[in-house]
Design a protein around this ligand. Sequence first.
Ligand code: PEP
Ligand code: MG
Length: 893
Amino acid sequence: MDKFVYQFSEGNKDQKDLLGGKGANLAEMTRLGLPVPPGFIVTTEACRHYLKHDRLPDDLRVQVTMALRRLEDEVGRRLGDSVDPLLVSVRSGAKYSMPGMMETVLNVGLNDFSVKGLIEASGDERFVWDSYRRLIQMFGKTVLGMEGEDFSRVIEAAKQAKGVTSDLELDAQDLRQLVEDFKAVVEEKSGRSFPQDPREQLDLATRAVFESWNTDRARVYRRRERIPEDAGTAVNVCTMVFGNLGETSGTGVCFTRDPSTGKPGVYGDYLVNAQGEDVVSGIRNTLSLDDFAEVDPDSYQSLRTIMRRLETHYRDLCDIEFTVERGKLWMLQTRVGKRTAAAAFRIATQLVDEQLITMDEALERVGGAQLAQLMFPQFDTDAERTRFTQGMAASPGAAVGKVVFDSATAVAWAARGESVVLVRKETNPEDLEGMIAATGILTSRGGKTSHAAVVARGMGKTAVCGAESLDVDEEQQVARADGVTMHEGDVLSVDGSTGEVFVGRLPVVASPVVTYLEEGLEAALVGVDEGTADLIQAVDRLLAHADAVRTMQVRANADTGQDAERARRMGAEGIGLCRTEHMFLGDRRVLIERVILAETAAERADALVALLPPQRADFVELLAAMDGLPTTIRLLDPPLHEFLPDRADLMVKVARAEEQGAASDDDTRLLAAVNRLHESNPMLGLRGVRLGLAVPGLFAGQIRAIAEAAAERVKAGHDPRPEIMVPLVGSLMELHLVRQEATRILAEVAEAEGVDLEIPVGTMIELPRAALTAFRIAEEADFFSFGTNDLTQTTWGFSRDDVEAAFFAAYLEKGVFTVSPFESLDVDGVGRLVDIATREGRGTRPGLKAGVCGEHGGDPDSIHFFHQAGLDYVSCSPFRVPVARLEAGRAVL
Ligand code: PEP
Ligand code: MG
């Protein structure tokens, strides 16, 4: 019989696949002897079985009975009993945290019978009726698919009848009546009565948790967080403890370090006389841990001891949910906590300094995506500003956008390219799509642990929460604070690092981490606050460690001396790709146009000669910026029509001119050339090496410019290291022909200039045929560089310019892939070609240098693959260089 049910005391933290994150950690805390209310876990395997077969596994019923009986014996109380009855919570818990995405039912076990037992045991009639009505409400919503509205309407009516405004003013008798009214609503809306059998409640709640794996919002969240669709959720059945039993009870959430800034010291929110969901939903504003220490010093002390214990055990920031029931502390959940990028870097190095983890472990705990986030610009503190409101700095960043008040508008406006700030009283899981669409989130309620804060931090989205002066009227679509009113469409600037919100658009400035990366540690530390200094030092230490352990080099894709200099400051160890076509943008475009329009060989030769000086000058600059480091210069790659005016525009222009009998010769000739060069599939047409072979003298001129630039630098006593790279090669012969020409020109220039020129000639691998015949191509190639943009395009047969907009959304939706293959390398397909070409290329030419210069060179996941494939370097845009250094280091661990 498969084991589908585990007592808390049977599992441990390493069983997240089977027990879910929450269950595995509850088990771990139980094993540590911490005060966890007893319970059991129904495994993710049972969930997968249910989702596949649409029914619970047969064995499950029996195993739940056994676990339940053991639980009852352990706590000495029975589910549904008329004397001191046991109540349980039924909560979801997948392997990966999905905050608020799935269902929970509390107070399971209450019915018309056990209600009496609980009144006697607790001595608090109001509390018991309130618990019962909460059960019916949650059960109705999650199990019976009713609307929240169905219940809130009844509550409103009850309050109105009594002439009160707050739920707290309803007394035991009112709540008792409410229970009856709720039962009637359930009958009316769902067509069945609220089940009185506690076991039936438990089984239906379990099933509802399983079902909630597939709600729209859970799917959206999984897609966004790249959580596998088939993992399923576990169900945690846990003895209820009550934080709402009066002033000596309460519930809270805490962190062993500040998850927002990484500042050392504990951090948390506490609510007196409340149940768990009240804190996380952010419906009431909370007390700090310091206030909690005043209110209940004993529980606070126990909590601090446990926090330290957990941090020592997990050796990481832990986030904890706890409840105090009449002065007794209970642990309801813990996990290694989510944190912002800044907190990740600071905490990792703090833990090293506290000798709790090694530097390798610290490096494993930060990521390139987080570093990229730290490089985002921030608001300019010197700019004039009008403050709108102030809340808690829930998730850092500088977001500027138009105010919207609901998720649907956020999605619609973002789809038409607008930046929006989603302004809400509080957010709940239904707002998820709006939060994804928004650049920033602002709420008037809730603490740093509210849903909005937790989800925003997870997404790396700027958020300010709990802005108390803010009054959000979602109906009227206005937000007011300190006498200022904002309407839909007005612009706000949200500073998630300070919690401030400003009216209008504030200018942004570079992040201090970028100052550090560009100007060095000393310069970056001048005049910054302690937290920023701490962060910069953490980044510096972790990058240094990554540099020390990594085996792959990191180069930059840069086309100008200026870009190259910046890249070098950011740690680039060479240029992996200089796209020479970028040298012919702007005014210089006509130089290429002249080559294309030349009608005689002499005209073309003249035009080609004119290309030489500007290119040589650019190469000199580039080689100067990269002196002593490899500088890979790629010969012209794009289809030539890209250098000519747009065909449709030109046709209209010429047709109009002809109508008026005034067509110019130049335009007519240009149109003829454009027509001649027009291709249906230009990316598969006359480009890359094909251009070099079809347009005599084009590559030769470029090769000469490179050689002469190098000679000039050598003669001036410098150390230029150019490498010539041929694009879009598919066969050995193509490369052979270009190489032959290169060898001749390089020798000519060396001789004429009187210098030695050792310039390697290599090829890009960006066609499947090149990868599959790499063992041959390597005969003529001094190096390989994978152009994974084109290699992805040609392997999948996806037009890189069209498909993302055309149908990738549908592909992502249908799960064909979880991320665009242009963003993160398709390891199974394109990756296999990279692997084959590297291995077989080196079979022919041992030690063949191989790198990658497609966009994937800066993508964290792809970098790990390239390391595994044995590449010598990755090359990416200058701003990605630090990210790549970090990830190349992490790839080794
Ligand atoms: C590539 O194809 O991956 C590449 C680097 O070349 P480009 O993007 O210029 O086509
Ligand atoms: Mg390419």
